[in-house]
Design a protein around this ligand. Sequence first.
Ligand SMILES: [Zn+2]
Ligand SMILES: [Zn+2]
Length: 414
Amino acid sequence: MKIHAISQVLPQASYQRCHECDTLFSLPAVKSSQSAYCPRCDAKVHHGRDWSLTRLAAMAIAMLLLMPVAFSEPLLRIYLLGTKIDANVFQGIWQMTRQGDPITGAMVLFCAVGAPTTLVAALVYLYFGNILGMNLRPVLLMLDKLKEWVMLDIYLVGIGVASIKVKEYAFMQPGVGLVAFVALVVLSLLTMIHLNVEQLWERFYPQRPARAFNAQLRVCLGCHFTGVPDARGRCPRCHVPLRHRRRQSLQKSWAALIASLMFLLPANLLPISVIYVNGARQEDTILSGIISLASSNIAVAAVVFIASILVPFTKVIVLITLLLSIHFKCERGLRTRILLLRFITWIGRWSMLDLFVIALTMSLVNRDQLLAFTMGPAAFYFGAAVILTILAVEWLDSRLLWDAHESGNARFTD
Ligand SMILES: [Zn+2]
Ligand SMILES: [Zn+2]
């Protein structure tokens, strides 16, 4: 059921600030199964999904058991020039490190293995830490940030794209590890949908909500609690400094954005993949790779085009527009800009798709002199650009958009 926060004060209502637009509103008592939305910007301020810690821990244990099989058993198996070749997650990363460069390998390792493992470890820690009375704050603070880096779902799409690419060269079969990997993706998606970090905060560190109006009230971006800073200027619940606005948000966002722009150029101009066929070297940039893929499968080529070209460039253009609109205190199209920001936050991680495809293809198509696939220098620049754009969005304090809008309005009416 959808509840909109209202401005009249009801019994049991509490004052809250929206973490996206900073509006102070009064939120009526909401059941744990109900969602509530900000009256001004429609951001979700209360999630209606809630799984008990026991259930989350059970999911974590199931994922933990699946992981060794999903990561180290063959996902795809091909018969190339009379030889059987398997590819799994670790092999792809290892090939990338050995033939390409270790930093690009580390990027894939982090998104496909590191972040999911950390998610599982964090849930197990919360379960036992809660029983043993340990400090859970750092883990809860990390959980919220970790969600967008768990890219198992994107890796699964990557397996699909790689299998269609490789079909051109050889006969292919799904491997044993694929079943475990699909199960792992389903469990991780379910866990992330039902993992409600705010409810966990509420359960472990209950705080009295603000019942009376107070202009000093601030919302914490770490745990989304609305309260008055404690004596040391920190959030009473998670102990993160409670600031009016995120510090140096614009500077950090600009820095990441400009760096990602500089990486995007070599990422698109240099070859991203190199294929050796009978000793002859054939290089492909992102675009030429998509064009040659389009001749065999137009749908897959479209997916790769959206993930590798459309999304990164759209993100950069939208971010430049948003940052400039804050600097120039733009008043028009605020609603569109908020929707654009939410859209690029949601879609940004899908750009990593191409790196996953390259890692898998590298470990599959590998017959030394006769037929081999390896990555070009653009892969590193591409991965770095994608990670930097995700950080640029993460560091942008969306409340600044509303501030710029309000100051613009004030100037208009003066
Ligand atoms: Zn809002
Ligand atoms: Zn907090």
